[in-house]
Design a protein around this ligand. Structure first.
Ligand SMILES: [Fe+2]
Length: 339
């Protein structure tokens, strides 16, 4: 039983030395941006006060924000941690509990933020297909423009010890595993985890913890856009603006979403996504092979493979599994020698 069941991801927080450069990128990416109290904020159209924060400073990832369902939940968590709640002195107000996860990432748990009415989502255009032809005497005429970010969906964190991080997040926030990813049988490298909302549907993943080679850091944060046309028009717009494309467009396997990744001027990856999977607490976890992380159902191949002869996925999985096994053996040995 976890201390609380988190409702959703709330925001991601970065530091960057040039707020104007970040703002120009976020405008192209399709957020509403504004500055307040010396910080830059990006928001979607879901009525939440912000989904992306940039503070002045050397470029780095600062924290992931999670939203507790109630202030009472946040108080319970604060008591469990032996910490006090603070007033959240940012747009929307509310309360905040600042935690640090096993890799030193800031985890900002918030509750009681003021919320505006969500903006209206324009209706999807009718689509003709072989099965149905609802679009009659109505040509499609679209122009490239920034996508319309609706909300934040998930963050992907690289961790040093997947099992330790998984326990830390699940014990406190009640995350459920949607897919555990294995480099080889019984060699897990991470898991896509969703919020436990009981019978109410939740995104396939709100947090993905991945123990991959290299130093910890955020791999990306992801934002839902209106629909496929909105994502593609945004892609065209970012391309015209000569922004730095990272990976896309394609359809992922785990989560099933149509994705498009871009880098901000400071190297942070942000994802546009649409049409992702939704599950309830009744849906059981799956175990998936590592190649399902790198493969797509359709679309752009992973940048590791772009323009090259892709190495067999089995070889990549084998090398990753070997690295993880050696690392875990070393961790066990050093823990035993400390005992
Ligand atoms: Fe993603």
């Amino acid at each position: 039983m976890s201390v609380i069941r988190i409702e959703d991801i709330a925001h991601v927080r970065y530091a960057a030395p040039d707020l104007a450069a970040m703002r120009a990128f976020l405008d192209d990416f399709g957020m509403d941006t504004f500055e307040s109290g010396g910080r830059l904020y990006g928001k979607g159209s879901d009525g939440r006060p912000f989904v992306h924060v940039t503070e002045p400073g050397e470029p780095r990832f600062l924290a992931v924000g999670l939203r507790a369902e109630t202030l009472a939940d946040l108080e319970r968590l604060a008591e469990h941690e032996g910490r006090s709640l603070e007033d959240l002195a940012e747009p929307g107000g509310g309360k905040i509990l600042r935690l640090t996860d096993p890799d030193g990432y800031g985890v900002e748990v918030v509750a009681g933020q003021a919320k505006d009415n969500p903006g209206a989502c324009p209706a999807d255009l009718p689509r003709n297909s072989a099965a149905a032809r609802p679009r009659l005497r109505a040509p499609v005429r679209l122009d490239p423009a920034p996508s319309h970010v609706r909300r934040i969906g998930h963050a992907v964190l690289k961790v040093r010890d997947f099992r330790a991080s998984e326990k830390w997040y699940k014990d406190r926030f009640g995350f459920l595993t949607s897919d555990q990813v294995e480099a080889a049988e019984n060699v897990p490298l991470g898991a896509f985890m969703r919020c436990d909302r009981g019978s109410r549907p939740a995104d396939h993943h709100t947090l993905f913890l991945a123990q991959l080679p290299g130093e910890p850091g955020i791999l990306h944060a992801a934002f839902e856009v209106l629909n496929l046309d909105d994502l593609m028009l945004g892609h065209q717009h970012l391309k015209r603006k000569k922004r730095d494309a990272a990976w896309g467009v394609g359809r992922h396997i785990m989560g099933s979403q149509i994705f498009d990744y871009w880098r901000d001027p400071f190297g942070n990856e942000l994802e546009h996504w649409t049409d992702g999977d939704l599950f309830t607490a009744d849906d059981p976890p799956s175990i998936m092979p590592m190649r399902a992380l790198l493969d797509v159902q359709w679309g752009a191949p992973h940048p590791m493979f772009a323009g090259k002869l892709a190495p067999p996925p089995g070889l990549i999985s084998f090398i990753t599994a070997l690295q993880l096994r050696v690392k875990r053996l070393f961790q066990r040995t050093s823990k035993e020698s400390l005992a």
